[in-house]
Write a protein that binds this ligand. Structure first.
Ligand code: ATP
Ligand code: MG
Length: 244
């Protein structure tokens, strides 16, 4: 459903992605694993059309979005929910208001439909009783669940996560990973997440691409990662480095 084809991306003179090709299929969980600063968040921005590649193409549902105008990108972005690393919640709004904001502002849905969708996400994210609280009064894991609920509220076909478990304690991490895995089963949704935590990949990803020094050095089924003979992958597997 989302594909980067031969994408090269530079910030100024700095080459970050060097002819990267990568696809995320419907109804699968794909991870992009790589060390800090390798270009993981950059890949998500390219998928959303927030930045343009220097060369190569980006496709969403078969449509080439590489040179699309901002106005044409809105309906495309609505097919993809995004959960940012820092959640990007509105601090001064309650949990309900955070969830309803874009429905009201962007879709201008009737209030009863907004209420129905907010209640659905509150239930799914296990946030009953917290509707009128501010984000600051919630734990990190709960704030992450609000961000996931907000990403799901447009009924996307695909949800993208930037480091979904970064900064969370092990129990909260596991809950978030279970929630991501359950999206595929119960909502028929595809998910892509970028991470530097190998355990998260083995926990839930069907497919993984490994990004290292600007290039994809592995792309395939997660269990096949063990068969790779690339020195970087061998070292992360044999040294049992859990976080790159
Ligand atoms: N707007 C920008 N201008 C210049 N350089 C940038 C910009 N955004 C990112 N970079 C640089 O490009 C490289 C890739 O950045 P990116 O944020 O995609 O990496 P990342 O893999 O998500 O890193 P992290 O693990 O820290 O989240 C980094 O070296 C970063 O410093
Ligand atoms: Mg990042």
């Amino acid at each position: 459903m989302i594909e980067l084809r031969n994408v090269t991306l530079k910030y100024g003179e700095k080459l970050v992605l060097d002819k990267v090709s990568l696809a995320v299929q419907d109804n699968t969980i794909k991870a992009v694993l790589g060390p800090s600063g390798v270009g993981k968040s950059t890949i998500l921005k390219l998928m959303l059309g927030l930045i343009k590649p220097n060369s190569g193409q980006v496709f969403v549902d078969g449509l080439d979005i590489t040179s699309m105008k901002e106005a044409d990108l809105y309906p495309i972005r609505r097919k993809m929910g995004i959960v940012f690393q820092g959640n990007a919640l509105f601090d001064s709004m309650t949990i309900s208001q955070n969830l309803s904001f874009f429905l009201r502002e962007n879709l201008r849905l009737p209030e009863d439909e907004i209420g129905r969708r907010v209640a659905e996400q509150i239930r799914f994210a296990g946030l009953e009783g917290y509707e009128d609280q501010l984000p600051e009064s919630l734990s990190g894991g709960m704030r992450k669940r609000v961000a996931i609920g907000r990403a799901l509220i447009f009924n996307p076909k695909m949800i993208l996560f930037d480091e979904p478990t970064a900064g969370l304690d092990p129990v909260s991490s596991k809950k978030i990973l279970n929630l991501i895995a359950s999206l595929k089963k119960s909502n028929d949704l595809g998910a892509a997440f970028v991470t530097h935590i190998i355990d998260d990949v083995f926990a839930i990803a069907d497919h993984v691409a490994v990004l290292y020094q600007g290039k994809i050095i592995f792309d395939g089924e997660t269990e096949k990662l063990h068969e790779s003979d690339h020195p970087f992958i061998r070292s992360i597997l044999s040294d049992k480095i859990l976080e790159l």
